[in-house]
Design a protein around this ligand. Structure first.
Ligand code: SF4
Ligand code: SF4
Ligand code: SF4
Length: 325
């Protein structure tokens, strides 16, 4: 596992303010640069969004006394930073995350753009600032609102990301996160389709068998998709129904041209944990262990026997839209 990157919860928003052009964030340039560099280098870096919850653990009877904890170096400034602490906790509440819990950068940013559309209620309020509750001078510029204002749902459309690639750079989540280059995806599409055409064995993640069924059901089998290799895999199985298919837990031959696919880390950024659970659910229903190999024909016979509907695996009762799982 990669080293955990720690950042105060509201300093992540400061990094977005910096990305939107703010040069005087409360986090400071060193912090916002470090966030940008870490998230860009590894979009799935484990991140702990911190909040100083321990500062509330000094017994109330000692709060103004000569308490050893209070006199510890650095404790008094921590205690005084209640406005920053409130911002940290507001961000974490919106994300539904516990302070100091660890999640991937990609998932955190996705939650951020899903659950926060403005800095109001985090960095500024309808209540006027006061000497005891000062406000960040940048707060009412609401840079985050500008970044998230143009339809953030589409930022995770596989089709749009495949089509636009780096045209998304600097917009919404991609002001901090990398996005795959269309030329690289074009190359991956060509090479992986050639590999599928020549393959003597297919490697498929189990829930992609169901995706094949969805695509077939929606009449989408006619034209290959730019963003994945489902149609090519289906054609190969139709031409060679006895071809051995090995069921793999994780990314597979379908994934190479997908904007969510990270070839270096061999993982799906967009749906990593959710899809792993779907894979295991399908294997469980089939009574097969990861790594099992069956002829394509037998595999689909078993699938139709054991799984009656895709909703058992990916329907609203089986997945939680608003959680990371
Ligand atoms: S407005 Fe909020 S997020 Fe932006 S720099 Fe100030 S404290 Fe950070
Ligand atoms: S509903 Fe499930 S099986 Fe169908 S395309 Fe989506 S992920 Fe695949
Ligand atoms: S990378 Fe993820 S979203 Fe893309 S095809 Fe593979 S599993 Fe599906």
């Amino acid at each position: 596992m990669d080293d955990v990157f720690e950042v105060r919860a509201h300093h992540l928003l400061c990094a977005f303010c910096a990305a939107a052009g703010c040069e005087t964030t409360l986090a400071g340039k060193d912090v916002t640069d470090a966030v940008t560099a870490a998230f860009n280098a590894n979009p799935c870096i484990p991140v702990s969004l911190t909040a100083d919850v321990d500062s509330a653990r000094v017994p109330y009877t000692n709060i103004h006394a000569d308490d050893p904890q209070i006199s510890e170096p650095g404790f008094a400034p921590r205690k005084r930073d209640y406005a920053g602490r409130m911002r940290d906790l507001e961000v974490l509440r919106r994300l539904g995350l516990q302070p100091n819990s660890i999640n991937s950068a990609f998932d955190i940013v996705r939650l951020l753009f899903r659950n926060i559309s403005s800095l109001e209620g985090i960095c500024f309020y309808s209540v006027k600032p006061s000497p005891d509750w000062p406000e960040c001078p940048n707060a009412r510029l609401d840079s985050f609102k500008k970044l998230s204002a143009d339809g953030f749902d589409d930022y995770y459309s596989l089709h749009l990301c495949r089509t636009l690639g780096r045209e998304f750079e600097g917009r919404g989540p991609y002001s901090l996160m990398p996005i795959r280059d269309t030329a690289a995806m074009d190359r991956a599409k060509k090479e992986s389709c050639e590999a599928i055409a020549e393959a003597g064995r297919l490697f498929i993640r189990p829930h992609h068998l169901l995706c094949l069924c969805c695509l077939f059901g929606s009449g989408g089998m006619g034209t290959p998709l730019e963003e994945d290799n489902l149609v090519e895999i289906a054609a190969k199985m139709r031409q060679e129904p006895e071809i051995p298919v090995t069921l793999v837990e994780g990314c597979c031959m379908v994934c190479d041209p997908c904007p969510a696919f990270d070839a270096e880390r061999h993982m799906c950024h967009f749906m990593f944990v959710k899809d792993q659970l779907k894979d295991l659910r399908v294997l469980h229903r089939l009574g097969l262990a990861p790594g099992t190999t069956l002829p394509a024909r037998n595999l689909f016979k078993l699938l139709y026997e054991k799984v009656k509907s895709t909703s058992e695996i990916c329907g609203p009762e089986a997945t939680s839209e608003n959680s990371l799982m």
